[in-house]
Design a protein around this ligand. Structure first.
Ligand code: SF4
Ligand code: SF4
Length: 181
């Protein structure tokens, strides 16, 4: 391994839509695992995985919640598959102001798949465990990364959250004040 390179575990859930029956057990399992207290309720609207029906191809498509977007995307198009029109939103994993998907129904806060991180760790994420049809399979693989790359990522994430909270101007003013100390 090259100097400066480190290894990390990348976790993935693969989806085989041909095996999905639309039973929605994954939605129930996810919502139960994330209920407070844990397993105290099951409510698909709180799930970080939702199963969408693709009527054109006659398949169910499980979609996991991804990043939160503060604004609706402006590249949104309608596209046509086999003569039927779809909004790009249909299969998008984002929680976004333009729709209610992947939002906590009581607070409106965005939901995001956290791969069921817990202590002690689960052998497999709950949605995968709940899927009796092998439509969801869990994989872990090792990947090399530059140590510097990770530091940069962490810093960008920290800055982004500060800017969201206090605004760019205030963050820059604070950084300038601190640099003069
Ligand atoms: S991995 Fe966990 S958090 Fe993510 S969708 Fe599956 S059950 Fe929900
Ligand atoms: S549990 Fe499996 S088969 Fe059932 S809806 Fe979810 S992904 Fe599809």
């Amino acid at each position: 391994m090259k100097a400066g390179l480190k290894k990390k575990i990348v976790k993935e859930i693969k989806v085989d839509v041909d095996k999905c029956t639309g039973c929605r057990s994954c939605e129930l399992a996810c919502s139960a695992f994330h209920a407070a207290p844990r397993y105290s309720s099951m409510n698909p609207s709180r799930s970080r995985i939702r199963v969408i029906m693709d009527e054109v191809r006659d398949v169910y498509v499980p979609i996991r919640a991804g990043e939160y977007t503060q604004a609706e995307c402006n590249g949104r198009n309608i596209y046509t598959i086999a003569g039927k029109e779809y909004s790009e939103c249909t299969f998008c994993p984002a929680s976004c102001p333009s729709r209610d998907y992947f939002k906590e129904p009581d607070s409106g806060l965005p939901l995001k798949c956290d791969m069921c991180e817990s202590v002690p760790p689960l052998p497999e994420p709950m949605c995968v465990q709940a899927c009796e049809f092998d439509a969801l399979t869990y994989e872990e693989r090792e990947e090399e990364y530059e140590e510097e790359e990770l530091k940069r990522d962490e810093m960008e994430i920290a800055f982004e959250s500060l800017i969201k909270k206090y605004g760019l101007k205030q963050v820059l003013q604070t950084a300038s004040r601190l640099s003069k100390r």
